[in-house]
Write a protein that binds this ligand. Structure first.
Ligand code: ADP
Length: 439
């Protein structure tokens, strides 16, 4: 701790004022003598201020001027403050340098955005991927520089939990994944990732599944044809082979169903958005699906249908038929003898729902989150026995996603299941039917 400079300063003032007063009294010019003394004292202070000013404005890094009393203390304080600030600046500079080096080395493009989406900073990968230029593009609105309808729609939604995929506006062959990460006070990071390779691999996988399924269809049709004729043949040799031939015929049928489901899934996968949308009369569609359900139902299983004919959907008829058809077929498939299946199409607040309720075997809770995965089955044997492919609910999920709808599943083992497809208000259309319900 430094000693207080004030006693020194007061003694200095006293050393000026007292002699000046004595000389003034002796000469009879007290006021003049005091004025001269105080002016000298003030002049000395002005000189010290001048030295401080010169030091601060010219050679801040040099040692401070020598000083005594209050001025010595002021020089000391300023000098220490400067040293502290210099050290802090150096430390912050080093941190900033490291941060910039590490983000510059990142393979993902990183753009720091202000709350109004103007660009504050970006790294080298962002320069490369998003064609940003430093310093010209600093302060520009990001959507003025990266012109993509998908990115604009993403920013408009204001929901950044997931990334958005888009074709690069600068190069059609590059596929980008863009994600906004909010941080701090209304600031945002825009991360741009090059997913061209991943996208290509996805494409290859999709094409492979679609092509393999397509190629297998023809030989399988030929085999099924021969098996059918052998099954229907009444000769002695054929009678001996009847059972294995029947089994081969059943398995060929299953394979055909798997191929059909794989092709449906590939078609749904191939285009991210539904194709040409139509006005779908859901009540009529559901009536047809229930009729098909009744035709496949055995063991006294009943299927009833209750639809609000006034509401329909904007969507793709074939995809909705696939989704609803799979749910009704499952309900019938997993019902026990004498079971009931209820299909209901109705308005629920702003949304519209299709419920498929069965009184069948039900599903243990732990399986429910995984049911829509490809080839996921609760009970392999039971699904196969009932002609299941393990792909039905995958198709349902894909088709519903493309219609902005969700799938809700409620089920208890032994008590049956409810599968609910919920469509948002934007998808609902009014149908010109007079009656409210029908079956
Ligand atoms: P699968 O062709 O095997 O029926 P899905 O994808 O349609 O395949 O269904 C996945 C699994 O979910 C089925 O194997 C079955 O275990 C279960 N599941 C689907 N619907 C029902 C239902 N209504 N009741 C009980 N289990 C069901």
């Amino acid at each position: 701790m430094t000693n207080s400079p004030w006693p020194d300063e007061i003694s200095r003032l006293t050393a000026v004022v007292v002699p000046a007063a004595v000389v003034g009294m002796l000469t009879g010019y007290l006021a003049v003598s005091l004025l001269v003394g105080i002016t000298g004292f003030a002049g000395w202070h002005i000189y010290q201020q001048h030295r401080l000013y010169t030091w601060l404005s010219t050679s801040r890094s040099a040692n401070p001027p020598e000083g005594t009393g209050l001025w010595g203390a002021i020089y000391d304080q300023v000098f220490h403050m400067q040293r502290r600030n210099r050290r802090r600046k150096k430390r912050l500079g080093a941190i900033l340098h490291e941060f910039r080096q590490s983000t510059a080395a990142m393979p993902d493009g990183t753009v720091v955005l202000a709350p109004d989406n103007r660009i504050v900073w970006f790294n080298a990968a962002a320069q490369r991927l998003l064609h940003l230029q430093s310093p010209d593009d600093m302060g520009q609105h990001v959507l003025n520089l990266i012109r993509s309808p998908a990115l604009k729609a993403y920013f408009d939604t204001g929901s950044f939990q997931e990334a958005v995929e888009m074709t690069s506006p600068f190069d059609d062959a590059t596929r980008l994944s863009m994600q906004v990460i909010p941080y701090g006070r209304d600031q945002r990071l825009l991360i741009a990732r090059d997913i061209t390779r991943l996208h290509r691999l996805e494409q290859v996988r999709r094409d492979f599944v679609a092509n393999a399924s397509h190629e297998l269809r023809t030989p399988l049709t030929v085999i099924s044809g021969y098996l059918e004729s052998m099954r229907d043949d009444d000769g002695a040799a054929a009678r001996e082979w009847r059972k294995p031939v029947q089994e081969m015929h059943n398995q060929a049928g299953r394979m055909r169903q798997i191929l059909e489901d794989l092709l449906t899934l590939s078609r749904l996968d191939a285009q991210p958005d539904p194709g040409a949308e139509e006005r779908v009369d859901v009540a009529a569609l559901v009536r047809g699906i229930c009729r098909d359900g009744r035709m496949t139902a055995t063991n006294r299983i009943t299927v009833d249908c209750d639809s609000d004919e006034r509401i329909g959907l904007r969507g793709v008829h074939s995809e909705l038929r696939s989704a609803f058809g799979n749910l009704v077929q499952n309900a019938v498939k997993y019902s026990t003898a004498g079971g009931e299946v209820h299909v209901r199409w109705y308005r629920d607040g702003d949304t519209a729902c299709l419920d498929v309720v069965d009184s069948g075997i039900g599903i243990p809770q732990k399986h429910i989150p995984r049911l829509t995965e490809r080839f996921y089955r609760v009970d392999d044997g039971r699904s196969r026995d009932r002609g299941g492919t393990g792909l039905g609910l995958s198709i349902v999920r894909h088709a519903l996603q493309r219609h902005d709808a969700s799938l809700e599943i409620h089920s208890r083992p032994g008590e049956g299941s409810t599968f609910r497809c919920r469509f948002p208000a934007e998808r609902i259309i009014a149908m010109a039917h007079a009656s409210a319900t029908g079956s």
